[in-house]
Unconditional design. Structure first.
Length: 692
């Protein structure tokens, strides 16, 4: 007799601003259907194409269900199954030996494979802190933008996504929400039906840009100049809210002086756009009270990404757009959530805390870090690497160096994973982890203002274990008796929130756990009367923190490292700027191995403008080689005006092993860092293209 059908409540764990609430249908212990929760206001019953097929991923035939030990050369992907006892004993022996000699020789590597606070970096961080391991600067995706907001607003705060459907003008800047923020796009479409004007600012005519009233195609990395050009028009034509500037901003005169150096004619030349197009947009923005900017992280993945974020973030305060709940800017709302990261991650467990901290290694430089021999300046050689919630061999920049580092025979590597990814092929030990439907977690969002609970819908598949339990198991096998490592997942989750904060007024743990989500208590227009989180309490056109650090406190335009302005000699050899935004059917490297999604995506493509293609005798559908001094990859050419002349676009990120030539876009990206935040510069990349 079949067991009765059950229904469970879950949260999408992936790196997306929408953080959807999900309902899971379970039959005979198996998840058979995953849908959006119709009762959750931001989700409205709808999931993206990827996550609507989440059950396929959970019960995938290639799902890892038992620990594996390497038996072949690194990178070859040959393993044999072993028991959990064997795996934990092996992990503990190797790690204990290294930690006894030098704790900093152990390095964690993780990012946003799950956005959950418990299975992300809750218990794991406690474990590494207790060891005294090297710290990881987790900056691969959004750090430049986060730094830009911090120095301008005081944190990752902004307008509510719910009110975009009331806006009269929406600038969709560096974003393709059809692929990466479906629920914002639904609201933008509602605003469009009401009569709002939608303008896409993006080097690529994406699916979103095609559906906007206007598309302004900037050169990659010139967004900061464009924003300063808009400011020039707003200031010279008096399209300002002088009262808001006087009451709620700091440093207007310095910002005005900077903007005066960017007249529209100069900006048009820098950005490769029509001067009048810039002027008319600035006028429209300045004259529209309910003007909203949906900024996304694509525009900050260049040398000047932090400054560009700062410049764009100044615009709503110049015009007073914050006064209306349908005005302002949203890049990230995650800063509204009242988190207690010290209670969650317990940095006080670090030996010598807080005066003596282990070194910190930027994750974007993982290739160089693993190949570094170790010295007095850098610190000890990395001898052990534990990877979880990430696939760095596929997603980290300068991929050839990353793979070379992972291939070191003297590097002991543990990978916690659902599948045998490109990174897992280099592991000494693979430990099978649970997916979101098999464990407990708590989530905030960077696209809305709800805090959410994920309940396990099914038992772990095979012998998979939650990340939290895996780290507890390694600690236990190492003989570590720190109580903080053995708190339950619910206790860790409960510690993550500041329960006395006004945003959680009237909410306790039981309420959150029973309901599944709560909306933070915030004003509809949270910055209408100022209340920024900067040291001054104002929107800082002149950053007091940057000024104190001896850096330029006023937003400026910094040309990309790899551009005709930044490196003319390099541009002469590699004249095409390459960007590699997400493919619609993938989320970073997640879902690439789900066959139905990969078949929909087809194969790696490179969009190239007809003029650029003609100059290279490239025809539509031909195989092409994309290359620079760092490496090369092959893709199928799509000759199209969706790519701006001088720009090529390779939608990403493919697993290497599932690409025709075993390579992906990160063969050509660099380990160079952004101006602020130490983030990756994936879209600051010059290449040449030829027929393969």
């Amino acid at each position: 007799m079949n067991a009765p059908t059950e229904f469970a409540r879950a949260v999408c764990p992936h790196d997306c601003p929408d953080t959807c609430a999900m309902r899971v249908t379970v039959e005979n212990g198996k998840a058979v259907k995953v849908i959006g929760d119709p009762d959750h206001p931001p989700t409205q019953g709808v999931l993206c194409t990827k996550v609507s097929r989440y059950a396929e991923r959970v019960h995938h035939p290639q799902r890892l269900t038992t620990p594996l030990k390497r038996v072949g050369p690194k990178g070859e992907g040959r393993f044999e199954p072993i028991s959990w006892d064997e795996a934990l004993t092996l992990a503990a022996a190797r790690l204990s030996e290294i930690v006894r000699r030098e704790p900093q020789a152990v390095l964690p590597y993780s990012y946003a494979g799950t956005m959950g606070l418990v299975q992300g970096d809750g218990v794991a961080q406690r474990f590494f802190h207790k060891l005294g391991a090297s710290r990881l600067d987790r900056t691969i995706c959004a750090a430049a933008g986060a730094a830009g907001l911090k120095y301008t607003y005081g944190g990752s705060i902004g307008m509510h996504v719910e009110f975009f459907d009331e806006s009269d003008l929406i600038l969709i800047w560096g974003a393709n929400p059809i692929a990466s923020s479906l629920h914002f796009w639904t609201r933008a479409q509602a605003a469009k039906r009401r009569g709002a004007r939608l303008v896409a600012i993006d080097p690529y005519r994406s699916l979103t840009a095609e559906k906007c009233h206007q598309h302004i195609a900037l050169r990659p990395g010139t967004d900061g100049a464009f924003a300063l050009g808009m400011m020039h028009v707003l200031i010279t034509e008096g399209l300002l809210d002088h009262a808001y500037i006087a009451d709620h901003t700091l440093g207007f005169e310095a910002l005005k002086e900077r903007a005066m150096a960017y007249p529209p004619a100069r900006v048009a030349q820098i950005c490769g756009v029509d001067e009048q197009e810039l002027v008319e947009l600035a006028r429209l923005y300045g004259r529209t009270r309910k003007s909203a900017i949906r900024l996304n992280y694509g525009m900050q993945r260049v040398r000047g990404g932090g400054n560009a974020t700062r410049a764009i973030a100044c615009l709503p305060s110049l015009t007073g757009a914050w006064r209306d709940r349908a005005g302002g800017l949203l890049l990230s709302s995650s800063g509204w959530a009242p988190l207690d990261l010290n209670a969650l991650q317990r940095p006080d467990l670090i030996p010598g805390w807080p005066s003596a901290l282990p070194r910190i290694i930027n994750m974007n430089a993982i290739g160089d870090a693993l190949l570094h021999p170790g010295d007095a300046a850098f610190g000890p050689k990395v001898e052990a690497l534990i990877v979880y919630n990430s696939n760095p061999v596929a997603v980290a920049p300068d991929s050839a160096r990353v793979a070379a580092g992972f291939a070191r025979e003297d590097l002991f590597t543990i990978v916690l994973e659902h599948f045998q990814t490109d990174t897992a092929d280099y592991a000494d030990l693979i430990l099978p982890a649970t997916t979101q439907l098999e464990h407990f977690d708590i989530h905030k969002s960077y696209g809305h203002t709800h805090v959410m609970i994920n309940q396990p819908a099914i038992a772990p598949v095979g012998e998979a274990r939650p990340n939290s339990e895996i780290f507890r198991g390694i600690a236990r096998s190492m003989g570590i008796d720190e109580p903080a490592l053995y708190e339950s997942d619910e206790d860790v989750a409960r510690a993550a929130l500041v329960w006395g904060n006004a945003a959680l007024e009237g909410v306790d743990w039981q309420t959150l756990n029973d309901k599944g989500w709560v909306q933070l208590k915030l004003p509809d227009a949270p910055l209408a009367e100022g209340g920024f989180r900067t040291p001054s309490g104002k929107c800082e056109f002149v950053s007091t923190l940057l000024e104190k650090a001896g850096e330029d406190p006023v937003p400026d335009y910094l040309p990309p490292y790899e551009s005709i302005d930044g490196s003319p000699e390099l541009a002469a050899r590699y004249p095409l700027a390459m960007i590699s935004p997400p493919a619609r059917n993938f989320l970073n490297s997640t879902f690439v191995n789900v066959e139905s999604l990969r078949l929909t995506e087809g194969e790696p493509h490179l969009d190239i403008h007809p003029i650029d293609a003609g100059a290279r005798a490239i025809e539509d559908g031909q195989a092409v080689r994309i290359f620079n001094d760092r490496g090369s990859m092959t893709a199928r050419a799509r000759v199209t005006e969706r790519a701006k002349q001088g720009v090529v676009v390779g939608l990403s990120i493919w697993w290497k092993k599932l690409s025709p030539d075993g390579r992906n876009a990160n063969e050509v990206t660099s380990q160079a860092l952004t101006d602020l935040g130490g983030s990756a510069t994936f879209y600051d990349c010059l290449v040449e293209v030829e027929r393969a």
